[in-house]
Design a protein around this ligand. Sequence first.
Ligand code: 7PJ
Length: 286
Amino acid sequence: MRFGSHNLDLSRPRLMGILNTTPDSFSDGGSYYQNGQLSLDLTLQRARKMLEEGADIIDVGGESTRPGARPPSEQEELDRVIPVVESLVKELGALVSVDTSSPAVMRASVRAGAGLINDVRALQREGALEAVAESGLPVCLMHMQGQPETMQAQPTYSDPVVEVIDFLKARAAECERAGIDRERLILDPGFGFGKTLAHNLALLRQLNDLVALGFPVLVGLSRKSMMDKLLGRDVSERLPGSLALALAAAERGAHIIRVHDVAATRDVLKVWSALDETPTGLNPTH
Ligand code: 7PJ
């Protein structure tokens, strides 16, 4: 699949490394701040490390969408995200995705050299479809029930798998009508966005149903609160659980896995994918 000037073969699962430029994201929020200011050096260091560890895409976010979070102003988001995108592209030559719902941030990101737009609101904001249509870039459409401020209050579905798939199909059709080709679309069930543990597990269990639509599928499960419910673990202790979820998603055909812990996830996927490969250069007696 083409991502601006980058090409990515999605026949094996790819890793998207998370880089939050927010002061308040639930996991790495505020990590790259010095004296209350976002440090470009610290964000670059973190991105460089993720690329060395095997990240294929760096996802830059300037809005915390954790449950209960308040959206930043457009200017705040631009100020956080655009300098980071510019330097990741210029200095590291990275394939950069921008996690935003704002058409202004989308346009500025495209000018700064981003290769993918990642929208947790599936281009439902006024002007977002047009911004992506003009960009020529691929876009990830994610399902969310409700809004971050209130989405975990009481998520309800008659069938989460059917509803999520129907929503994503409808958004894909809307994109096509707006001039965004099918070949540019990536779909994401939106784990944790207006979903109970049971909803999240059903969506992961039946991820094949989403994969069967024929679009590349992206999943974000890393360190999410479903692990708290399953294990009673704090965010800093969710690596083993995250790896299990990443593997389950890969098994069911996910194409892009969005993670905080790139090196560990890479190892899991490498070992797992060895099962499908004919070993070459290995001593057959070993
Ligand atoms: C996701 C995301 C996700 C996509 C976040 C977090 C919250 N974008 N942005 N999918 N999650 N496409 O990392 O826990 O699941 S922010």
